[in-house]
Design a protein around this ligand. Structure first.
Ligand SMILES: [Zn+2]
Ligand SMILES: [Zn+2]
Length: 196
């Protein structure tokens, strides 16, 4: 004879109280047990189906990223890098014309990304620039140079203009670089908020 005292719980199907000895029993009678089993089976199947669909969406996302060209990851990294440059130079005027104005601000490379891809993520070579200088004057390089030397110093300028190894970026490295600059921007903004 079992010495376990019967306990009470509500039937999952009809909500009536019943006594049970086995904690796995959630039904008051065999008929309700059968209904409960059917419902549980359906619920389990639905849960499994949802999990499979979620996994499939995850796999699709991974596959889509895997076939994206390297250019896509460079674009992500450059966007994050440029955002950091504009944030870093927020209080500065345009590196080329020296003006403050209400228009759009860009991050302007002294050595263009096309001509010098090896310095595209070099913080010394990219500064806040007004849209007219960046777009209409192709960077306004003649004005850019003296202000750049004044800002970073001759030594850093010479290093920037020297030869650099052209790095063979992988997708993962570019994703990390983008994350690194997003983080750097966030931290800079936070530090300024604290200092203000
Ligand atoms: Zn019942
Ligand atoms: Zn300008």
């Amino acid at each position: 004879m079992s010495t376990i005292k019967p306990k009470r719980r509500r039937c999952k199907i009809c909500r009536e109280w019943f006594q049970y000895r086995d904690f796995r029993i959630w039904w008051c009678c065999p008929e309700h047990g059968a209904i409960y089993a059917t419902q549980k089976r359906a619920a389990d199947q639905e849960k499994k189906r949802k999990e499979e669909a979620q996994q499939e969406r995850r796999n699709t996302k991974i596959r889509k990223l895997a076939v994206k060209p390297l250019k896509y990851f460079h674009k992500q990294a450059q966007t994050a890098f440029n955002e950091y440059i504009r944030t870093r130079d927020a209080a500065d005027p345009c590196i080329s014309c020296g003006r403050f104005h209400d228009g759009q601000w860009h991050a302007g490379h002294f050595r263009t990304v096309k001509a010098s891809p090896e310095t595209r993520y070099d913080e010394d070579g990219c500064h806040k620039q007004c849209m007219p200088c960046n777009h209409h004057l192709s960077g306004n390089i003649g004005e850019y140079k003296p202000r750049l030397i004044e800002k970073i110093g001759q030594e850093a300028f010479d290093r920037l203009m020297g030869t650099h190894e052209l790095k063979k970026w992988t997708r993962e490295e570019l994703q990390e670089l983008a994350a690194h600059y997003r983080q750097k921007t966030r931290e800079l903004i936070k530090r300024r908020e604290v200092a203000a």
